[in-house]
Design a protein around this ligand. Structure first.
Ligand code: NAP
Length: 309
């Protein structure tokens, strides 16, 4: 067991990197286990227009890259892998990543959230073969084709709008008769000439052998089912917290989000949580960053009372 760190940060999205910037400036020399999806969910998006400080907007991946540079400037180390195990019952805590176990006086959990899939019979088989959850990553492959987006939130609107740059027609399939999305995003989608909406409709299954050739849809009011021809399906129905690793180690709520009290404190003293891993209410890049800042400040205060060196 080579290293004992003052602080290990799990996750490298907006929350984790902001925590790193604050902790590094407080001379805690944090190490960030950045995870296989380095940069978190913002790397799966394009234009970010609501992060303060960028009047013309900024691309999500670029925003994460400059946050990372800022953390590196103040002495932050990175391990570019997923953490595979944690032990919060011992002191110092133990975190395993890249076949190495780190010891840590404090930990910030900032592992964010991942895509929810629909759970359809042929869904998993066709992910990457016409099914995607990331239009900015995959829209290019649907140039000149017809695609569908499932969901009624901001993510679904954003996916649909990105897809209009490539696809000839984008159909949003939503299970209710109104969108959950913010007014501005919903109006942008509804006004777009290439976007159509199927209200009160759910996807029953995805059709296609090697790749997606269509969907089986159902009208939730009448129960009528029919085949619907598309070349691609984008699933945008929300996310779940990435907390499997922490089950039995810190208190989670019934949906699996980390329970925090008094700022960013978890049920284990010395373990803190920041961002979408505990926040299912706001879920914004800027709120995740704010929680990252709070977590680093909470760690600093905690270590003042507990640090062994
Ligand atoms: P969301 O707001 O939770 O919306 C999920 C949508 O998927 C809802 O419309 C929901 O339908 C539908 N849905 C859920 N489960 C479903 C199922 N099994 N089958 C069919 N439909 C299902 O999630 P989100 O759109 O990912 O947004 C998450 C957060 O990120 C929000 O706070 C959002 O504002 C934010 N966000 C912001 C931006 C931006 O500002 N540019 C972009 C993306 C996301 P119901 O409406 O019937 O519940």
């Amino acid at each position: 067991m080579a290293d004992t760190r003052k602080l290990v940060i799990l996750g490298s999205g907006s929350a984790g990197l902001t925590a790193a910037i604050y902790a590094a400036r407080a001379q805690l020399q944090p190490i960030v286990i950045s995870g296989s999806q380095r940069g978190g969910q913002l790397t799966l998006t394009t234009d970010v227009e609501n992060f303060p400080g960028f009047p013309e907007g900024i691309q999500g991946p670029e925003l994460m890259e400059i946050m990372r540079k800022q953390a590196e400037r103040f002495d932050t180390d990175f391990i570019e892998e997923d953490a595979t195990a944690v032990d919060f019952r011992t002191r110092p805590f133990e975190v395993t990543a890249a076949q190495k176990t780190l010891r840590a006086e404090s930990v910030i959990i900032a592992t964010g959230a991942g895509t929810n899939w629909l759970g359809l019979p042929n869904e998993q088989r066709l992910i990457g073969h016409g099914i995607s959850s990331c239009a900015p990553c995959d829209a290019f492959f649907f140039r000149g084709k017809e695609v569908a987006v499932v969901g009624g939130g901001d993510s679904a609107m954003e996916e649909a709008l990105v897809l209009t740059k490539f696809a000839t027609k984008v159909t949003i399939i939503h299970r209710r008769d109104r969108f959950r999305a913010s007014k501005i995003m919903a109006e942008r989608a509804l006004r777009h000439g290439k976007i159509e909406v199927l209200w009160n409709t759910v996807v029953v299954d995805v059709l296609g052998n090697g790749s997606v050739s269509g969907l089986r849809l159902r009208d939730v009011g009448t129960g009528r089912e029919w085949p619907f021809r598309v070349d691609g399906l984008f699933v945008a129905i929300g996310h779940h917290p990435n907390t499997e690793l922490f089950r039995g180690q810190v208190e989670l709520d019934d949906q699996g989000y980390v329970v925090v009290r008094e700022g960013t404190r978890t049920s284990v003293e010395g373990v803190f949580a920041a961002g979408d891993v505990h926040d299912h209410r706001y879920r914004q890049a800027v709120t995740a960053a704010a929680f990252g800042c709070m977590a680093a400040m909470d760690v600093e205060r905690y270590l003042e009372g507990h640090s062994t060196h």
